[in-house]
Design a protein around this ligand. Sequence first.
Ligand code: MLT
Length: 263
Amino acid sequence: MKASVNGISVDYSLEGKKGGLELVLIHGFPFSRAMWAPQIAALKKNYRVLSYDLRGLGKSRLGKAPQPLEAYVDDLLLLIEKLKLKAPILCGLSMGGYIALRAVEREPGRFRALALCDTRADADQDVVKLRRAAGIKALREKGVTVYCKAMLPGLLAKGAAAPAAKGLLKIMMASKADGMANALSAMAGRTDCSAALRDFKIPLLIMVGDQDQLTPPELARAMSMMVERANFSRVPEAGHVSNLDNPGAFNSQLLSFLAGLKA
Ligand code: MLT
């Protein structure tokens, strides 16, 4: 489905149990909502699940560029409003986690709970900003296919099944260079949410693939220690895109967190 939000057309799907707890799945970079297929299949029986493509990725339009991370947060808040979700749980992976964290920082009373997957709360160090600048250059000069193929090995666990890697690459290559470049620049300019995270009062789950090389388990663990009563779990045999690497373990950890909210 399409919604006109914040000056762009956003591709989304809202499915699952009417009247169930609402959950918004926010994908990472440079993916699309297609990455959440195994989670939607597991969640939709009991939950109302919204997934959408971030601006400039998948089938959502980029709109006027450049756009900072704040615009991605505006998109999320406006989409939630448009679809009349009352108190959704946010679940963001990596870049999706950056957006979710900032959304809760901006509107703490609006969300029921937060699940952060393979992500971090702090802002980019200079070395990462420079890597992103090199990524934008590579996208412009070499194109999406070369960029995505170079990125792929760092995303999944060692020995990940070939179909999983192929499926992820297909999702990545469905986006355009301009949208990817904007996302890189937006991530480089994002604010540090660490101080805000310490004050979050809503239930929090921090999940991480035990082989995540980009946001490693130690970092996720340290982030969970910053928040009183945060739930922390490692997804076994999973890399950065832990929800696709080991959907069974990822789903059972997420479902058990969600079941605890109902009680
Ligand atoms: C992601 O998966 O969204 C990215 O790896 C996040 C990042 O580059 O910081």
